[in-house]
Design a protein. Structure first.
Length: 220
């Protein structure tokens, strides 16, 4: 398969962006994503959710790629790739001895209030912490949404695409820093709005549909 040039790719967060936490994507947003794909835009879901939930919730959207667990697990071109180093299981096991395991396979997701208790257990040479509004995610050092998105682009064999991204939380900052066009929503944290090219007037999915209509007028 040859690499593709001059392609547009949009990375979109799920919870708080495509839909409210725990909810499915609306018909309007689904239609907007389908239409931009018709004009050649590749769609990649990039979320902090565990892989199983992320795959289930995004399945109806048929994305070109999926980046789950804040960049730690990537699915594209029929391949599923983990970005965790071999020693991570030991680090993760230490943390899970003190905090309940969720459905995550690699990261450890805790409430932001629990972060102070976790600090003494985190080896900063091997792990990092990403905040996402009321949550804190402990990941292998060097893994974030930008790293996962980059790995996804490699699997898709895309060379020098124009990159768009849409997000709402602090953990989307790494994505914003790598993308050419950055979209924050009305409900996004201020740090994202400060570096966005476009800030929607509406929140969540309605804001995504608004932004897609403004950025890709050819789909209407």
């Amino acid at each position: 398969m040859t690499a593709t040039q001059n392609t547009s790719v949009i990375a979109i967060d799920f919870d708080g962006t495509l839909a409210l936490p725990g909810q499915m994507v609306s018909t309007r947003v689904h239609a907007a994503l389908s239409r931009i794909r018709e004009i050649g835009v590749r769609v990649v879901i990039v979320t902090g959710r565990c892989f199983a939930e992320a795959e289930r919730m995004s399945r109806a959207l048929s994305p070109d790629g999926l980046v789950a667990e804040n960049g730690a697990l990537v699915l594209a071109s029929g391949r599923r790739v983990s970005l965790a180093p071999p020693e991570w299981e030991r680090v993760r096991g230490t943390l899970l001895a003190h905090f309940p395991a969720g459905c995550e396979e690699i990261i450890v997701s805790i409430s932001r209030e629990e972060l102070g208790r976790a600090e003494g257990l985190i080896d900063r040479s091997l792990a990092s912490v990403e905040l996402n509004k009321d949550r804190a995610m402990i990941l292998p050092r060097g893994v974030d949404k930008a790293r996962g998105f980059s790995a996804c682009l490699e699997l898709l064999k895309l060379r020098s695409p124009r990159l768009y991204c849409v997000g709402d939380g602090e953990n989307d900052l790494s994505l914003f820093r790598m993308c050419d066009v950055r979209v924050a929503l009305e409900n996004s944290v201020e740090s994202l709005k400060a570096i966005a090219n476009y800030v929607s007037a509406k929140p969540n999915g309605e804001g995504v549909a608004e932004a897609l209509a403004a950025l890709f007028p050819d789909w209407r």
